[in-house]
Design a protein. Structure first.
Length: 297
């Protein structure tokens, strides 16, 4: 792969504000991916992450840019994205958030995150993970599990394999088994995007398990379109039945009618859906576009 001429730090790294976010992030990400580092002056881990992520961005040679946002001075965007702890890094590409991580990750993991974002070539482990994911998609749970176990035999701290095994157990309704794999994740990797997605999937599955017949919820909504609780529970049930687009539409309907309902519950649940489904899932991409059109219009 040919290296690009390095760009100056002034061009690659900058601070942004709420008013400049659309230009600095949304518009700029139409040219190349943009990382948004949400931080605050009082945050110790943020100070640890700053030199690490700046170094990694500079080393990428212009393939990615870094925008830093002080959430003490500019809390609105972080609030809209459902960020509850910092440092939090979101990757935007073509105007949409597509991936992210939380916590002060070591340099090797930050570099790997950027390489994955800009499409660096994969390793043998990456090929095994890709094959396992394909088998899981085809319904070959045993085959996928065997491959993931093989990855862990070579790399006992591979969080992608741990998270994937947790997801397999969620699909099998073995919530305790899923939790065991999530408990294996080292504390310093708990903010990994795959782990966060698996944890969100487990929480959603447990919520859905407590729901009854969806027909009753649909009847309540038909009788009263402003029954937001029924619509919220219906969204959970639709997601459990893999009707993701319909689940998104129900939550967006709440958001349109009353953004502040139940402490912004509809938007927060959408964020959890997107986290559980993954950044490249068609329902995530479509749902984020719809939500962004409402948030940033």
């Amino acid at each position: 792969m040919l290296a690009e001429a390095p760009k100056s730090a002034d061009n690659l790294i900058k601070d942004t504000t709420t008013s400049a976010f659309r230009q600095d992030v949304i518009a700029e990400s139409m040219k190349q991916p943009v990382l948004v580092d949400f931080w605050a002056p009082w945050c110790g881990p943020c100070k640890q992450l700053t030199p690490v992520i700046e170094k990694a961005v500079k080393a990428a040679g212009g393939k990615v840019k870094l925008v830093k946002m002080n959430i003490d001075e500019h809390p609105q965007i972080a609030g809209q994205l459902g960020i509850q702890s910092i440092p939090a890094v979101y990757a935007f590409d073509r105007g949409q958030p597509v991936d992210g991580f939380m916590g002060a990750l070591p340099e090797s993991q930050v570099k790997a995150f950027i390489e994955r974002l800009v499409g660096a070539g994969g390793s043998g482990t990456d090929e095994l993970l890709a094959e396992a994911a394909e088998r899981a998609k085809e319904g070959d749970v045993a085959g996928a599990a065997e491959l993931y176990a093989g990855v862990l035999a070579e790399d006992p701290e591979n969080v992608t394999a741990m998270a994937a095994l947790a997801r397999l157990h969620v699909d099998l309704k073995d919530f305790e088994g899923a939790r065991r794999f999530l408990d294996m994740v080292p504390a310093n990797k708990a903010g990994h995007a795959d782990v966060a997605a698996a944890r969100a999937a487990l929480e959603l599955a447990e919520q859905a398990a407590s729901l009854g017949d969806l027909g009753e919820l649909e009847q309540r909504i038909a009788a009263n379109p402003d029954d937001h609780q029924a619509r919220f529970e219906l969204a959970l049930g639709l997601n459990a039945r893999n009707r993701r687009d319909a689940a998104v539409d129900q939550l967006l309907a709440i958001f349109k009618r009353d953004r502040s309902w139940n402490d912004d519950a509809a938007r927060k649940q959408l964020v959890q859906f997107f986290e559980a489904w993954g950044p490249t899932d068609p329902a995530t991409l479509s749902g984020r576009r719809k939500l962004s059109s409402l948030l940033f219009s």
